[in-house]
Write a protein that binds this ligand. Sequence first.
Ligand SMILES: [Zn+2]
Length: 291
Amino acid sequence: MSVFVNGNAIFDAARKGHYAVGAFNTNNLEWTRAILEAAKETKTPLLIQVSMGAAKYMGDYASVKHLVEDEMRVMNITVPVIMHLDHGNYEAAKACIKAGYSSVMFDGHDLPFEENLTKTKEIVKLAHERGISVEAEVGSIGGTEDGITGEGELASVSDAKAFADAGVDYLACGIGNIHGVYPENWKGLHFDRLKEIAAAIDTPLVLHGGSGIPKEQVQKAVKLGISKVNINTENQLAFAKATRAYIEAGKDEDKLAKGYDPRKLLAPGTQAIADTVKEIIGWLGTPSIKD
Ligand SMILES: [Zn+2]
């Protein structure tokens, strides 16, 4: 039996309760443990998600799943954890369904609309047969390519409806959000479009690129129907900053204290991730599970 839960009950409750659940990307052992530690301390459900690139870096989809499973056992994690594929292509979504993930994102935003919809329906069928939830994307999330940061393409209400009708369990919509660091001249989230989409469909909505959006805007989006917020860059920045402070303080060169030991060198960064995840969970208003 899987130790993971799918997203259905968790996100239905979030959408109805006007709060969100955080989805945090893992990259390695330290990231995995830090995210799980935050879940344990806050007693809240969350998603550990992996991108195709991070899965390749760590081994494969199965090895990531096994790592998360094993750490959950060792750390005595009893809160619900959703094992999720972030931005998977068609092959990756199928591979993660086979590997026993409890949730997958099929991101066909770069395909022609009809093909994206058709492939999404195929993934939904395969996943639902196994009790796995599916996220898809309409519009597109902005990001930096060739040094230029673009805003992405705003999701249309009719496209969102088509994907909701296709049986998608949660839907990522482009509403001016961006992956990575937000540029100085960013215009903010398009709340009007979010309101229109949330009024048209009951499907829980997903905010990608949650790192770097001001707290007030994230919380407003959650009030308006965002149920899942993806956080990646925020943890990377926190990890890098804490690791830099350790090294700049010369602690890695303290041979007496064995400051070069990776278990010591990576500890402040790992703690910084756990602290960041806990802070974000607070922003999202995810309620604690009652004992
Ligand atoms: Zn994303």
